[in-house]
Ligand binder design. Structure first.
Ligand SMILES: *Cc1c(COP(=O)(O)O)cnc(C)c1O
Length: 379
């Protein structure tokens, strides 16, 4: 058996054809036809109010921080179990980052913890739907309206994922997607800002395009464009948007394949899980419509998890742990007291992610599962 990687990209349709089309048109900078098509695809399919493609999810998070006017002294509540970008975007604007713990049965942010952390200085709650599995959004939105806070969904992993019957990305005031090569739908590097709060749309267009009114100019609403606000260059190149459009056209096929593979892992590993060797991923009923972004197991402890990663590696299977909690990072601890967020720490030390990608073969999954069986038979 050849090496089985954790991720692998899959060209599924018109990627090369659309890129050639863009190259032939000569219009390869941002905000061209493919960008429009991609944005409209999301606005139509998921009823997002306004979508703007960006060069990454990290960029979209930075736009979100600018849009909700984060100032120094503002407090922003963020799960510790996440990627650094979630916190960096707000830190760059001078926010004080307040880390919240995960649930005991799932890496997502614990709503009970959020309320304990809210103060007069709190400006926003940032939620991360880990592995495309929704956070408890009704409770989070209720807290936000009780305390008058913004909610930003870091939905980097959540394309075509649902909370009850609502698409992730449609629930917060703002939300961000990633099209990085490791995500379900990709264009290499890329992202999108979703603006559900209509009041923020106008300024979002300006901030995204170097603080200018160019978007209005292009629509013919004004006769010259100029510098009107702060901003940066957050646009996605048309070459990437062309690639992305091809992937979006294949969305149903990609998602069906991933879900089939996720469910196969879940069924095949159930026996070992029932014997108590590890836990299968917990999915709350409200998150049943998840997008099969990550398949992970929760091992009993760090030692066994690391041994399993090592054992699979010997058999040329790439498996991985996940986030090192941000509250324990050397960067954060330089200026902050050490605190205990026990659930986040538990997931950091026990999660193992298994190879999952659109075109992984059933034989490959069977091989991974047989090796996991071998490992636990020997324990
Ligand atoms: C992938 C990811 C990001 C970063 O996305 P980029 O598009 O690479 O900037 C941010 N947050 C989470 C939760 C992610 O999974």
């Amino acid at each position: 058996m050849n090496k089985i990687p954790l991720h692998q990209i899959h060209l599924i349709g018109n990627e090369q054809h659309y890129i050639n089309q863009t190259l032939q048109s000569g219009l390869i900078s941002g905000d061209g036809l493919f960008t429009k098509q991609c944005q409209e695809y999301f606005e139509k399919k998921y009823h997002f109010k306004k979508c703007l493609l960006t060069s990454s999810c990290t960029d979209a998070l930075e736009m979100a921080a600018l849009l909700i006017n984060i100032q120094s002294e503002d407090e922003v509540i963020i799960p510790s179990f996440t990627f650094p970008s979630t916190a960096n975007a707000f830190l760059l604007q001078g926010a004080k980052i307040i880390f919240a713990d995960s649930n005991s049965n799932h890496p997502n942010i614990d709503v009970v913890e959020i309320e304990k952390l809210i103060t007069k200085k709190t400006k926003a709650i940032i939620v991360v739907h880990y592995a495309g599995v929704a956070c408890d959004m009704d409770s989070i939105m209720a807290l936000a309206s009780k305390y008058n806070l913004f909610v930003v969904e870091d939905a980097a992993q959540c394309i075509d994922s649902f909370y009850k019957d609502k698409p992730l990305g449609s629930l917060g005031h703002l939300a961000t997607f990633s099209f990085h090569a490791t995500k379900n739908i990709t264009c290499g590097e890329g992202g999108m800002l979703i603006i559900n709060d209509e009041k923020l749309i106008h300024r979002a267009e300006i901030i995204r395009d170097k603080g200018t009114s160019k978007a209005q100019f292009i629509r013919g609403e004004i006769d010259k464009y100029e510098w009107v606000d702060i901003g940066s260059s957050f646009l996605m190149s048309e070459i990437s948007a062309a690639f992305l459009m091809a992937q979006l056209e294949s969305m149903n096929e990609i998602q069906a394949l991933r879900k089939e593979k996720w469910n196969y892992y879940f069924r095949q590993l159930n026996t070992l899980s029932e014997k108590g060797y590890f836990k299968l991923p917990f999915v709350p009923a409200f998150a049943n419509g998840h997008n099969a972004h990550i398949f992970y197991l929760e091992c009993k402890n760090e030692k066994e998890r690391n041994a399993l990663i090592g054992f699979l590696k010997q058999h040329h299977i790439q498996a991985a742990f996940h986030y090192q909690p941000l509250h324990l990072s050397s960067f954060y601890l330089k200026n902050n007291q050490k605190e205990n967020l026990l659930n986040a720490e538990k997931f950091a030390s026990t999660i193992i992610r298994l190879p999952l990608f659109t075109n992984i073969k059933t034989e490959e999954i069977d091989f991974v599962i047989s090796k996991i069986n071998d490992f636990f038979r020997a324990v």
